[in-house]
Design a protein around this ligand. Structure first.
Ligand code: HEC
Length: 124
């Protein structure tokens, strides 16, 4: 991806996240987890995009380890917000690290919102 396109994608994802915050699912995640961290896009870029891709679709070598495609509606339906939060906090399988030592509860909640936003992008 060229740089201009990358920046445009980041700007687009940012606006989707703001729209996403209005959806009931995101509100639910915030209510459950007390998440108010505004900077989910930056945190995702820092901690998650190297494995899950900036577009949330994953990266072939990690997909081979069972990494889900966050834009897949089937994946989105198959997990509750609590399940996503638990995987992000505690890790999953042999590759996905747990982030509870590096992210606050609010930040984990913001990451759940970020993962959900990838699903809404496609469903729109
Ligand atoms: C070192 C690579 C790596 C990093 C960094 C990483 N992940 Fe993952 N992630 C994976 C892999 C691989 C899986 C599949 C794990 C499995 O199902 O065994 C996964 C699975 C997941 C799942 C699905 C859990 C489920 O219920 O099946 C979520 C949600 C997730 N990651 C979110 C994140 C978020 C948010 C971050 C950043 C805070 C992150 N990941 C960072 C590799 C990574």
């Amino acid at each position: 991806m060229n740089r201009a396109l990358g920046l445009a994608a980041i700007a687009l994802l940012g606006s989707i996240t703001i729209v996403g915050a209005l959806y009931p699912g995101a509100a639910h995640a915030r209510a459950v987890l007390g998440a108010t961290h505004p900077d989910g896009v930056a945190l995702y870029g820092k901690h998650c995009a190297s494995c899950h891709g900036r577009d949330g679709k994953g990266i072939p070598s990690f997909r081979a380890e069972g990494e889900p495609d966050f834009t897949d509606p089937g994946f989105q339906r198959s997990r509750s917000d609590q399940q996503l939060a638990a995987a992000i906090a505690n890790g999953k399988g042999s590759v996905m690290p747990g982030f509870k030592d590096n992210l606050s509860d609010a930040e984990v909640g913001a990451m759940v919102g970020r993962v959900r936003a990838f699903g809404r992008k496609k469903a729109k």
